[in-house]
Design a binder for this molecule. Structure first.
Ligand code: GLC
Length: 692
């Protein structure tokens, strides 16, 4: 059951797609005091949600602020990352979900100020608040209702489930060819190479550097022959430059955000001084979205949208002010206080709240103009929506890869997200793990982190352990920052181990793709905390570093350097799978309870749940070459079991076609069959569940 309460005059975010009338009565659960609402948190009840955020799966004990931020540190003491996902689920015996559809800054104090109190404070009270309850009191039912309300999650092309290699630092066509060749030469599977800002002409959106990429269409086509897709980046800011067509068109039509006096707001990003398209205006969205055609026409079929919080390095006005004030420090003998003052001054340059308060949007449809900070969290959403709406028009029958850095709930219908500029830290691998279910709750299924870590230097073992987790995330991309240690798989002395793990991704794809598609089509979570499936197991509710993936798997990634195993909690008997690559699988039944499980550095461990089947494909060089006609099934059964496989051409949009489903059946005696007859082979290895 969903109940909606409207306060003031909310700005229509279009996060929700199913109409729901507002109630006029008292808001249950919460008391309202001043600008906040509060509710009591009973001891031990977990609080889940908030999508892309720092800290645990259980969000209790910290203060979080939805305020889309260009935040490269991801420290646990921060309160905001790139997304604003205002959905929470309060667990316990009478769980409920709460979604605050509010595009401005909003604070969630989840037992931080007072351990037993949740306090929610928006900057003003123009918002829609939704409360979601489930008759069966199941967390999964609450989330499903929420997800139905916000609409189907974005579905990428199947090739986007392959391994992608990226680095801010590939500067030329030769660099890209080299990356592709090194993968192929070393037999490391590869489906995509990403083009970071250097492919552009001086960081100008929708241009291609003639000098460094003289013939992009030819490069795209050569790469496609190798089964490799090129995925360029698009930034939110448009370089302010005479003669640059995007800038000129935008200025002529008044498409950029303006200050109070009607002059275009200027902020600096990669290209220097830039304008910001008014993505909240449907006309501007259409204009900006159509620009992707320039690259689509060159054969490109995937994009990543960046810097769309929007990130602002400085505004010229502020820069001048800061430089004037900094001049006063010249020649001074700076003591601690003075040094801090100077550094503080410099720190006010980037992403300054005053700058966000100094420009406006014209949302159209007869709505009055609105100051940016009041709708700040919608910017990245609407940039990605601009592209998504254009793709619908330009390529109605084809899936285009799209993921964004900044997002708001609603954007999940148009693209995925990557988890931004993490660091090559073991704690950020763990954060990647913890973020997956929270993002799934909020509709973001196509997601993953920069594997190996973006900033700072990675290590061979971190790269390997991160890939051992990354082979399960829908977006599997190795990305790193300029100036950091190069981290393509072929750079390391443990290349063979890395290669084998990447190959495993392709073996797992029949399962991963099926589970992704079913989660998207049924509004379910692909990644779940243990408590979602084992609600009565108190121990399970405390587990933060294991996840359920799809119907049959439990993941237990190793997130610690030099570890050769880890402690695992099993809510019930499970089949341990240990593997170092497609040719090496070992199986062992384990009883419910706590265990220490060995995992050598090159070994990945995960678990198959009882009465479930894991289909495995032969390894492949890329998704195109994946052969799903010959499957091997690992089954852990107490009786005959079945698995619903989903497969399609991976590019079309007839998602609901029943032909995409196939049933795999495995019996205890090892006999196995597939419901599609034409030459589809299934061999099974069956492990019987031993009853206690
Ligand atoms: C931002 C992005 C990062 C990208 C860089 C250069 O920091 O988050 O992924 O590599 O910009 O474009």
């Amino acid at each position: 059951m969903i109940r909606k309460f409207t306060f003031g005059t909310p700005f229509p975010t279009e996060a929700v797609v199913t109409p729901c009338p507002s109630e006029s009565g008292e808001l249950p659960y919460f008391s309202r005091e001043g600008g906040s609402i509060s509710c009591r948190l009973a001891p031990e009840i977990p609080v889940y949600g908030l999508g892309e955020q720092v800290r645990g799966i259980n969000k209790r004990g910290w203060i979080y602020i939805s305020n889309c931020s260009d935040e490269p540190h991801h420290l646990e003491t921060r309160s905001s990352l790139y997304g604003a996902h205002n959905f929470l689920l309060l667990g316990g015996d009478a769980p409920f979900g709460i979604f605050i559809d509010y595009p401005g800054k909003i604070t969630f104090d989840i037992g931080y100020t007072r351990g037993d109190t949740l306090t929610i404070t928006p900057e003003d009270w123009n918002l829609d608040l939704y409360l979601i309850e489930a008759e069966d009191h199941k967390y999964t039912t609450i989330v499903r209702q929420f997800r139905e309300m916000i609409g189907r999650s974005y579905i990428p092309p199947k090739w986007a489930f392959g391994y992608g290699q990226s680095r801010w630092g590939y500067k030329t066509e030769a660099d890209i060819r080299q990356v592709a060749e090194n993968h192929r030469k070393n037999k490391i599977p590869l489906d995509a190479v990403y083009l970071d800002i250097d492919y552009m002409e001086r960081y100008k959106d929708f241009t291609v550097s003639k000098e460094r990429f003289p013939d992009l269409p030819a490069l795209v086509s050569d790469m496609k022959k190798e089964g490799i897709h090129l995925v360029p980046i698009i930034d939110a800011g448009v370089k302010a430059e005479e003669g640059y067509f995007v800038c000129e068109e935008g200025l002529k039509n008044g498409y950029f955000c303006k200050e109070e006096d009607g002059r275009e707001f200027v902020g600096a990003v990669w290209p220097g001084q830039s304008y910001f398209p008014d993505m909240l205006n449907p006309k501007v969205r259409r204009w900006f979205g159509q620009k992707y055609k320039i690259l689509l026409d060159m054969g490109i079929d995937g994009f990543w949208n960046d810097m769309n919080e929007p990130a602002i390095f400085y505004s010229p006005k502020r820069l001048n002010k800061v430089l004037d004030q900094a001049a006063a420090f010249k020649g001074q003998n700076l003591d601690l206080d003075k040094t801090n003052e100077l550094l503080g001054l410099i720190n006010t340059l980037a992403n300054n709240p005053e700058d966000y308060r100094s420009f406006y949007h014209e949302p159209g449809k007869g709505r009055p103009k609105i100051r940016h900070d009041k709708v700040h969290n919608l910017y990245g959403y609407n940039m990605t929506r601009a592209a998504g709406e254009a793709f619908e028009e330009l390529e109605p029958d084809k899936r285009i890869l799209m993921f964004s850095r900044s997002s708001y709930i609603g954007m999940h219908r148009y693209g995925g997200i990557w988890q931004g500029d993490n660091l090559s830290w073991w704690s950020h691998l763990l954060m990647n793990v913890k973020m997956m279910p929270s993002l799934n709750m909020c509709g973001f299924l196509y997601t993953g982190a920069d594997l190996g870590g973006f900033g700072d230097d990675t290590t061979e073992d971190l790269m390997l352990r991160w890939l051992q987790f990354g082979i399960f995330t829908p977006l599997m991309r190795n990305h790193s920052a300029m100036g950091t240690r190069e981290q393509e798989a072929y750079r390391f002395s443990n290349m063979e181990s890395l290669r084998q793990i990447i190959r495993l991704r392709y073996c797992l794809l029949p399962y991963l793709y099926s589970e992704y598609m079913k989660a998207a089509l049924n509004n379910d979570m692909m990644f779940r905390p243990l408590s979602f499936d084992y609600p009565d197991d108190r121990e399970a509710s405390f587990v933060e570093d294991q996840l359920l993936l799809g119907e049959g798997l439990m993941l237990a990634p190793v997130c610690q350097q030099n570890a050769r195993g880890r402690s695992v909690y099993l809510p019930e008997n499970m089949l341990l799978i240990t593997t170092s690559g497609p040719e090496d699988f070992r199986f062992r039944e384990m009883k419910a309870g706590y265990h220490y499980v060995e995992a050598a550095e090159n070994e990945l461990i995960f678990f198959l749940r009882r009465d479930h089947i894991l289909p495995l494909a032969p390894a492949a060089e890329n998704v195109e070459q994946l052969d799903t006609t010959r499957l091997r099934a690992v089954a852990y059964l107490s009786r005959t079991g079945s698995y619903q496989l989903y497969d399609d051409d991976g590019t079309g949009k007839d998602y609901e076609n029943p032909d995409h489903y196939e049933t795999l059946t495995v019996s205890l005696d090892g006999s196995a069959r597939r419901s599609k007859p034409e030459g589809h082979i299934l061999t099974a290895e069956v492990f019987p569940v031993s009853e206690d």
